[in-house]
Design a binder for this molecule. Structure first.
Ligand SMILES: Nc1ncnc2c1ncn2[C@@H]1O[C@H](COP(=O)(O)OP(=O)(O)OP(=O)(O)O)[C@@H](O)[C@H]1O
Length: 254
């Protein structure tokens, strides 16, 4: 379970995330919604370690992550999508995934250096990489250099690399932002598939309410850095605070 307790960050006098306490269970996709500037991305940055907290804590399965850098949080099981900048453009799709699998297994599966173990490790890494490519429907592109892939497939490959790290928590911040009409459903489909694994915790920051309605098991609402609503999607969307946060904004714009 991922838990934040009184998680807070101040920028000068401005409290961007204000004492947010929340638990996220495996097998649940929680959508984080709220108006622009509500603190959603900042809350993500505090959880993933991109930003140090002014106060409060982040724990994963009882392990204290507060104060750890982002890389250590990734190793602990927090997987933030599209933060990985380690696609190797001149290597093939398969080689990219195999390297990510290897990075994860290194240390854990080292059995000493002999030719047999190098060969069998290589075969195992390849099999695992192929399994991941199959689950993201990219087997046909396994030999293509990454640089030759269309943008949507590169984003899909980034999710595959994230899967190779076997995180217990997946964090998506507006995963379809900047994607074309054709590309967006592909990524949403991958998230739908990840949801089937009930051992995974998924957090999704998303503005598009149709996507939230379809994917979320639970919604939390941030407003001016405060957690103002938390519950089952239908209930939260109908709540006066959400209606005000969204519709109030629409009224202001009008
Ligand atoms: N590094 C920073 N320094 C100063 N202020 C910041 C910093 N990062 C975020 N903020 C402020 O914190 C507030 C929350 O921003 P944040 O980007 O988390 O909102 P958001 O809910 O993700 O918005 P959007 O939906 O527009 O992406 C905003 O007022 C923003 O200007």
């Amino acid at each position: 379970m991922l838990e934040t307790q009184n998680l807070t960050v101040r920028f000068g006098g401005h409290v961007a995330v204000n004492a947010v306490s929340c638990c996220f269970e495996p097998g649940t996709l929680t959508a984080i919604v709220g108006p622009n500037g509500a603190g959603k991305t900042t809350y993500f940055n505090l959880i993933s370690g991109q930003l140090p907290a002014t106060a409060g804590s982040v724990q994963l399965n009882g392990r204290e992550l507060t104060g750890l850098p982002a890389s250590a949080r990734t190793r602990a099981g927090l997987g933030r999508a599209f933060q990985l900048t380690n696609l190797f453009p001149n290597l093939s799709v398969l080689e990219n995934v195999r390297l990510a699998v290897q990075a994860t297994k290194d240390g854990a599966h080292r059995r000493g250096l002999n030719l047999w173990s190098i060969w069998s490790d290589h075969a195992q890494l390849t099999n695992r990489a192929l399994e991941i490519l199959q689950s993201v429907s990219m087997t046909a592109q396994q030999d293509s250099p990454v640089a030759s892939l269309p943008h949507g497939d590169q984003r899909k490959l980034e999710v595959a690399l994230l899967m190779a790290l076997e995180p217990s928590v997946y964090m998506f911040d507006e995963p379809t932002a900047g994607m074309s009409h054709d590309e967006a459903p592909v990524i949403l489909n991958l998230i739908r598939q990840l949801k089937k694994d009930k051992t995974k915790t998924i957090l999704l920051v998303e503005h598009k309410m149709d996507v939230v309605r379809e994917l979320a098991d639970r919604i939390i609402v941030l407003h001016n850095g405060n957690l103002v609503a938390d519950g089952e999607p239908g209930e939260v969307i109908a709540s006066p605070i959400v209606q005000e946060a969204y519709l109030g904004k629409a009224r202001e714009a009008a």
